[in-house]
Design a protein around this ligand. Structure first.
Ligand code: URP
Ligand code: ZN
Ligand code: ZN
Length: 461
């Protein structure tokens, strides 16, 4: 089966050009001057559109246990929604429960995901029980292509690791060349602020943000960076939301340390003001780290331009307003933490291109090319080039759409971006040569997506 995508503008992280793309089977066979190829089994006309590598969302939580419930997208529904939005790879977090092993956790996540995904997928591993055995198991995870390990400085008693435990895991990461990903918030201090707020009757969703001040994200980020420096481990700060944390990352990067960070669309477009919405609507925006005052957004966009923020992922972790967010109606600390977003990352970031915050090439870089390199998929994903997987999005930069829960495909009863007008829209999506989205319809299938055994990071300095 061959497919010819012609008349479009091919956009890679390195530049843009008028070119036609020939797909043969699952891979890209050629990128050629317009008109060089004239025949194929299928021809897609991309006139007036961009032809970009499929998005890679390096941070999702499908079917994740949290706060006595589960995030509401399955691997089937979540990856289908991702495809609708031009994302053709996700990397989801397998969550080690305390008292269980990393390998049994990996098996469990394979059971959830295998034969259910509409697009390709990989795993990171959350370590929440650091001991001799789990530290040893890191090697087996790496051999199985799961070579990035998330740790938490937040959520004492649940996912939290002490500095000593983090240090030990970082030593293993340093020895093996693997990556430590950090949820950097000072959970010990935060839990005191939360207890004080609840005791004083400050129970509304807004207080989720007020009890997790940006200083405590900055402090934890700095501490993680110092621990990484002592151990020599590569460090990737997940879901960075605050200028205080960004400053710490930028300072470390200026010394040449292997420190990287991602931010998420919610921190670029939403703010603490959304958490003030009446009738418990603010709960829709409860995630950690929390939404910040709007002025942090200027710094985050600058960080994306300077590469102190190298990646934008979604941290997609959808809980329905009804019955799930409502668990915390009388106590914000019982609201499951997380927001939906996997479907709209490419569109939301394209607004950054429209607004002049980032270039077209940088859009592709932060949403696809760098995640591919960061997470060991270089050459396979993240580029429109011969030999790469034919994960391709034809994107219409002038189409208009309005984000709404009434039309989205995520399995959640609200949108954090309800009513937001977007310029640009996914037109066609291919996953390894198969058309999954075209003509406003889903043509993919549950189980098409393959597990990606990832190499070690190809982004280290
Ligand atoms: O609130 C969030 N971010 N929920 C998902 C879990 C995590 O910390 O990434
Ligand atoms: Zn986290
Ligand atoms: Zn997350």
């Amino acid at each position: 089966m061959t497919t010819l995508i012609r008349n479009g503008t091919v956009v890679n992280a390195t530049g843009r050009m008028a070119a036609d793309v020939l797909v043969d089977g699952e891979t890209i066979a050629a990128v050629a001057a317009p008109g060089v190829f004239t025949e194929a089994d299928t021809i897609i006309d991309a006139a007036g559109k961009y032809v970009i590598p499929g998005g890679i969302d390096g941070h999702t939580h499908m079917e994740m246990p949290f706060g006595g419930t589960f995030s509401n997208d399955t691997f089937a529904t979540g990856t289908t929604a991702a495809a609708w939005g031009g994302t053709t790879t996700i990397i989801d977090f397998a969550v080690q429960a305390k008292g269980t092993s990393l390998l049994s956790t990996m098996d469990k996540w394979h059971e959830k995901a295998d034969n259910h995904c509409a697009i390709d997928y990989g795993f990171h591993m959350i370590i929440s029980d650091v001991n001799d055995s789990s530290l040893k198991e890191m090697e087996s995870c790496i051999d199985a292509g799961v070579n990035s390990f998330k740790m938490f400085m937040a959520y004492p008693g649940v996912f939290y690791s002490t500095d000593g435990e983090i240090l030990r895991a970082m030593q293993r990461a340093s020895e093996t060349g693997s990556m430590i990903m950090m949820h950097a918030e000072n959970g010990i201090a935060i839990d005191q602020l939360v207890a004080q707020a609840i005791a004083a009757g400050r129970t509304e969703p807004l207080h989720h943000s007020l009890t997790r001040p940006p200083e405590l994200e900055g402090e934890a980020t700095s501490r993680a960076i110092q621990l990484a420096k002592v151990t020599g481990a590569p460090l990737y700060i997940v879901h960075l939301s605050a200028r205080h944390a960004l400053e710490a990352v930028a300072a470390a990067r200026n010394t040449g340390q292997n420190v990287f960070a991602e931010t998420c669309p919610q921190y670029l477009y939403l703010s603490i003001e959304d958490m003030k919405k009446p009738d418990f609507e603010g709960s829709k925006y409860v995630a950690s780290p929390p939404l910040r005052p709007k002025d942090h957004q200027t710094d985050l966009w600058r960080g994306l331009r300077t590469n102190d923020l190298s990646v934008v992922s979604t941290d997609h972790c959808p809980f329905c307003f009804k019955d799930q967010k409502e668990l915390g109606r009388d106590d914000f600390s019982k609201i499951p933490n997380g927001m939906p977003g996997v479907e709209h990352r490419m569109d939301l970031l394209h607004q950054g291109v429209v607004a002049g915050e980032i270039s077209l090439e940088r859009w592709v870089e932060i949403s696809s090319t760098t995640p591919a390199r960061m997470f060991g998929l270089n050459g396979r994903k993240g580029t429109i080039a011969p030999g790469a997987d034919a994960d391709i999005v034809v994107y219409d930069p002038t189409a208009k759409q309005t984000i709404s829960a009434a039309t989205h495909h995520m399995n959640v009863d609200y949108s954090a971006y309800e009513g937001m007008d977007i310029t640009g829209k996914v037109d066609t999506v291919m996953s390894r040569g198969a058309v999954v989205i075209a003509d406003g319809a889903f043509h993919g299938r549950e189980g098409h997506g393959k597990f990606l055994k990832r190499d070690l990071s190809q982004y280290l300095i």
